[in-house]
Design a protein around this ligand. Sequence first.
Ligand code: LIP
Length: 324
Amino acid sequence: MSIPALADAELQEVLAFTVALARKAGELILEGSAVIRATGAVDEKKNAVDLVTEYDRRVEELVVAEIKARYPGFKFIGEETSSARAPMTEEPTFCVDPIDGTTNFVHGFPHVCISLGLILGKRPVLGVIYNPFLDELYTGLRGHGAFLAHPATRPALAPARLPLSAPRPFPNLQGALLGVEWGSDRSAPLMDKKAASFTRLGGNPAEGVAGGKMAHSLRSVGSAALNYGLVAQGGLDVYWEIGCWPWDICAGAIIAQEAGCLVAGKHGAPLDNDVDEEILWGRKYIVIRAIGDSPTEKGVDAQKRLVREFYDTVEDFDPPAPKA
Ligand code: LIP
């Protein structure tokens, strides 16, 4: 994959800027949380579970203004302002979800973050995810690793490199902890496919679930970006979702790659860990944690085998096209 040069020092500077911006946005998200829960001021986008608040828009406005002031030449893709897919260019492009986990935000469920990714040469190269409720700051920079820090509550603690512990073996899906989401597409055909997928991932084949993998459990955190962070740190083994957008996953993808994860798109697509434009806009996402080499299988081969096994277990479906 060819990525146009942006000097390393420049990227480090962009990372420092992006971290500061994420923390500033985090303050606005915290302020907004109290206001939204007091006023109940929530709007619907495509349906009654696809939510947006005044603070999604205000955080995006803050982010756009700060990026324009500091990097006027950079392009921008954002959840609240980029309704249509524009062709990607080779230029540095911020890809931002101002509040990922809006449903959690509205309910006061504290798994909410801002997700800021930088795309260069049509690939994510830098990612910052910040959950201000739990003070979790995930960062990743191409070639420099991924880290988790707690800047407000534990400022003296050095950021921890991801994954947080040496990659454990991962022989099969049985025994895995899997991140899945219900998403906001709720038609009967899609709900049937999601429910059937979850049943097979968790179900016991010895007790009648045909094709059941009997994973340890399934988790729905409610934020794609935080799911990537959790797989990068090794807390989740796999995260899979259909229906998200580039701004949900861009920052998470580079953080996960830098933590040794395999990041991929739709069923049957190449498993070469190249997060290109097709994957970014493909709306079908899977990421699997780092796996150490075993005497019989290299970690990267185990990742590919398990992604194939996962995709053979779940149902594929196409998310509905957004309303014009
Ligand atoms: C959310 C995702 C979540 C998904 C939701 C939604 P939002 O993003 O991160 O994983 O299940 O449908 O897309 O809308 O909170 O920015």
